[in-house]
Design a protein around this ligand. Structure first.
Ligand SMILES: [Zn+2]
Length: 283
């Protein structure tokens, strides 16, 4: 009896979830490209995700905010889906950006769409799942990409900085923030940048072993600027799970080459299983 209860409590990510994520990413790319950070089409993409995420039964909150960027005031949109058994207990937050890099004509199939679709599949998997040990929040961020060529003060990481404000305002007890980026790559090698919480990196490696892919996740000595940086700066425990080797020498990153033929269901399955296993360990 006890065993069946424990098994029922484990969060699973199935091949069907991966197929759904792949289909969703393909539809998102074809219907919502471009969706550059801080543009009207970015807002339309947010509505598209809101529609798809709410179809899973999730109660999704849309957060529209204006930010003065170096290229003028821009409008950004975050989405939040919360799965709470006891909101005053601890939270694990999983984050994906959905925007595309302005000025690159990049469809962002891997960079943005793959993990945003993964979050929608995760919303499906989380549907009825609750654990008394804590709560899960899914965040789709806008404005991860900067308007300029490089990140600068006030440019980039808009959605993650906004999510920090939201978590603070709600006085959420955040145990961990897991940012995911570029995890649909057919040739999947997930690395964890050095700038992140080491205990969470260990949990990611442990989760990879538990799902039978001990080499899926490696620890990198690189420092990467991604949404997790905003959470780290706010004092939260956070890591970035990223495959920052997209094509030979990362040649497809932020180019028109970032298309759906480079994204596979098999990689989405591994990534989805990894994230679910981390949630099973953390909660
Ligand atoms: Zn990017």
């Amino acid at each position: 009896m006890m065993i069946s209860v424990l098994l029922a409590a484990a969060l699973a990510f199935t091949p069907e979830d991966a197929a759904f994520a792949h289909k969703t990413a393909a539809a998102f790319v074809s219907e919502c490209t471009p969706r550059d950070a801080g543009t009207i089409r970015g807002g339309i993409a947010a509505n598209w995700l809101l529609d798809r995420a709410s179809m899973t039964g999730a109660n999704v909150r849309r957060d529209i905010f204006m930010v003065p960027t170096p290229s003028g005031e821009r409008r950004f949109v975050n989405l939040y889906a919360e799965y709470a058994s006891n909101p005053s207990s601890r939270w694990v937050v999983v984050v994906s950006h959905y925007d595309t890099k302005p000025g690159t004509k990049c469809p962002g199939a891997n960079d943005g769409a793959s993990t945003s679709a993964l979050l929608i599949s995760l919303a499906n998997a989380l549907g009825e799942w609750r654990t008394p040990k804590g709560n899960v929040m899914l965040v789709w961020t806008d404005g991860e990409e900067c308007q300029g060529e490089h990140y600068s003060e006030g440019d980039g990481l808009q959605g993650s900085r906004r999510a920090v404000e939201y978590l603070r305002e709600k006085e959420r007890q955040v145990q961990a923030v897991i940012c995911i980026d570029m995890l649909g790559d057919k040739d999947l090698h997930i690395s964890i940048p050095e700038n992140g919480t080491q205990s969470l990196a260990k949990i990611a490696r442990h989760a990879a072993r538990r799902i039978g892919y001990p080499d899926l996740v490696t620890l990198s000595t690189d420092r990467v600027k991604d949404d997790h940086v905003a959470f780290l700066a706010a004092g939260y425990h956070a890591i970035d799970l990223i495959d920052f080797e997209f094509g030979p020498g990362n040649a497809w990153w932020h180019t028109p080459e970032d298309t759906m033929d480079k994204v596979s269901e098999a990689s989405l399955l591994k990534s989805g299983r990894l994230i679910c296993e981390m949630l099973n360990i953390l909660l």
